[in-house]
Design a protein around this ligand. Structure first.
Ligand code: PGA
Length: 254
């Protein structure tokens, strides 16, 4: 089981084939920084092409449908993204929860179908600003996890990653304090151990996401229980993304 820091780029709805040169550059740089596990989640249309370019980095999807196949116009199943070369899928991102009305229950069925298709899962959670202002952020996030994760997952430590992304920090340039990140990650760790047992729950990686940039990455990645980062905007160029990965690997080459 890899306990290297895990740095994942979420390209969101960005990228045409012109972006493949960035993927190649990320892959080449990742080969020089083996202390860090690097992955990207391009849009569906680029998964196969990025997979073909990637010798070192992991490639994943940003969503999948809960059903294995069928009459779901415009949707894409877990086995389809696996067939295209994805090894993992990001599920429950707040932009899906908010923009597509995804409930915790729907996210849980997606997690189950992704695992059944052999994909690993990065499950996102995070509170809206008003929940933090009300001091209800931990309760909110733990409830999301309680309802979005299956009761039991064989090999949970290897197959699951949790990404804590406060909604108000995504794409805004604002981040929680390091103490706030530490407190939330500790609460999530406690929940994961309670749900999956000590052996598995203590090794599930917990990523932080929300305005991670090259200049704040070292501090954030140094927080206890932060096992990596889920990076949106700053993952769109190899230069800024790999500077974040470099911060995760202590700036040293392998
Ligand atoms: P951001 O996005 O890095 O652009 O804030 C993070 C995410 O939504 O995963």
């Amino acid at each position: 089981m890899s306990l290297r820091p895990y740095i994942v780029g979420n390209w969101k709805m960005n990228g045409t084939r012109a972006m493949l040169s960035e993927a190649r550059a990320i892959d080449r740089a990742a080969q020089r920084h083996m202390k860090v596990e690097v992955a990207v989640a391009p849009p569906f249309t680029l998964i196969h092409a990025v997979h073909r370019e990637a010798e070192q980095i992991g490639v994943g999807a940003q969503d999948c449908h809960p059903a294995a196949d069928g009459a779901f116009t415009g949707d894409v199943s877990a086995s389809m993204v696996a067939d295209a070369g994805a090894k993992f899928v990001i599920l429950g991102h707040s932009e899906r929860r908010e923009g597509h009305g995804e409930t915790n229950e729907l996210v849980r069925t997606k997690v189950q179908s992704a695992l059944a298709a052999g994909l690993k899962v990065i499950l996102c959670c995070g509170e809206p600003e008003e929940r933090r202002d009300a001091g209800a952020h931990e309760k909110f996030v733990l409830n999301q996890l309680r309802l979005s994760l299956p009761e039991s997952v064989d090999g949970a430590g290897e197959k699951l990653t949790v990404a804590y992304e406060p909604i108000w920090a995504i794409g805004t340039g604002r981040t929680p304090t390091l103490d706030d990140i530490a407190a939330m990650h500790a609460a999530i760790r406690g929940f994961l151990i309670e749900r999956f047992g000590d052996a598995q729950g203590s090794v599930i990686r917990i990523l932080y996401g929300g305005s991670v940039k090259p200049d704040n990455a070292r501090d954030i990645l140094g927080v206890a229980e932060v096992g990596g980062a889920l990076v949106g905007g700053a993952s769109l160029t190899a230069d800024s993304f790999m500077n974040i990965a470099l911060a995760a690997g202590d700036g040293e080459d392998a």
